[in-house]
Design a protein around this ligand. Structure first.
Ligand code: NCD
Length: 337
């Protein structure tokens, strides 16, 4: 796939080859993310980082990724503080802000909004999450993490068993990840959720059509040979009221006791974060924090590599990153783990 100038809006754009292309560039980003070296390949470039919905990790990692390539970041957060609150169309916002930037990363609460915005943009637009629809960069970093974690145990993505749990209806990360995994061979999906929060039919159709084995259930048992357990948060912001979300909070928890009882010793534990650590939710307990199979912080670290790769590719500099390398002058040993 020729990424230069492309928007990254949906995982539907990718094939296995293009995913591998992204992962190869992401691998090359590690020394820069660890501050062993610097690169100024995007010196002078500007990222418009537009987050119209709450975010910490995704927003900061897009910004950090751009800074690590030597570029500058201009940021807008929240709907209320933007002209969208005055009734401005996404098209107008896109026309204007894309004149101020070389690439735009955007998150918005409405499904399809980032694609609509991209129609008015003069520069590549990367989807940082559009409502309950898609979160392609998260899916890429999740798949990158899965690949690395499974390789550590001598396994590959093809033939693996993934168990997704929690709010599969509104969780955009599981929608995008399932669609990406559908491109691989013989995946077993166990989809555990309250009946009301099941994976949407549109996503099920994609994975079933690709010939994968899917079990939809509201029971945690039966996943004892899962390679990955991917836990999610109840997406309270997508419910009509907090009281409605309360009905489902805390229904499917993962803690040390449940993990040991239901999963095999090598099952990798993932979560896109943030985890809801309030007592009534606590879907992924702190008592697993020191567990070697807990990959959640490795996922977050990998997010920077994937976003660096996407910027390098969409701005057409992936083959020049090393050419613009320079020294790191400050103390940075603690990153070299
Ligand atoms: C996720 C999101 O925003 O969809 N967070 C993230 O980007 N890592 C998941 C969530 O908010 O629960």
């Amino acid at each position: 796939m020729n990424f230069t100038g492309a928007n990254i809006l949906s995982v539907e754009q990718f094939h296995r080859d293009s995913i591998e292309q992204i992962f190869e560039v992401a691998d090359r980003m590690l020394p820069y993310a660890r501050r062993q070296k610097r690169t100024r390949v995007l010196d002078g470039a500007i990222l418009g980082n537009l987050f119209f919905e709450p975010s910490t990790r995704t927003r900061v990692s897009f910004g950090t990724a751009f800074n690590l390539l030597g570029g500058e970041v201009r940021e807008t957060t929240g709907m209320e503080s933007s002209a969208l609150a005055k009734g401005e169309s996404l098209y107008d916002t896109a026309r204007v802000l894309s004149s101020y930037s070389d690439v735009i990363a955007m998150r918005h609460p409405k499904s399809g909004s980032v694609a609509e915005f991209a129609q008015g943009s003069r520069v590549p637009v990367i989807n940082g999450g559009d409502g309950a629809n898609e979160h392609p960069t998260q899916a890429l970093l999740d798949l990158y993490t899965i690949k690395k974690e499974l390789a550590y145990h001598g396994h590959s993505v093809d033939g693996m068993h993934i168990c997704m749990m929690g709010d599969l209806k509104f969780g955009r990360t599981v929608h995008s990840l399932s669609r990406l995994l559908a491109l691989y061979d013989n995946i077993r999906f166990t989809l555990i959720s309250p009946r009301e929060l099941m994976m949407p039919d549109s996503v099920l159709a994609v994975i079933e059509k690709a010939g994968h084995e899917v079990t939809v259930t509201d029971q945690v048992s039966g996943s004892s040979d899962a390679d990955i357990v991917y836990q999610t948060r109840i997406q309270q912001e997508r419910f009509t009221s907090p009281a409605e979300a309360d009905q489902y909070r805390g229904k499917f928890r993962l803690n040390s006791e449940i993990y040991t009882r239901h999963y095999k010793p090598n099952t990798v534990i993932m979560h896109p974060l943030p985890r809801d650590s309030r007592a009534e939710a606590n879907e992924l307990d702190n008592d697993l924090n020191q567990h070697p199979n807990l990959a959640i912080f490795r996922q977050a670290d990998n997010g920077v590599l994937i976003r660096m790769a996407l910027f390098a590719l969409t701005l057409g500099v992936a083959d020049q990153v090393e050419k613009y390398e320079c020294e790191v002058n400050w103390y940075s040993d603690k990153r070299n783990v």
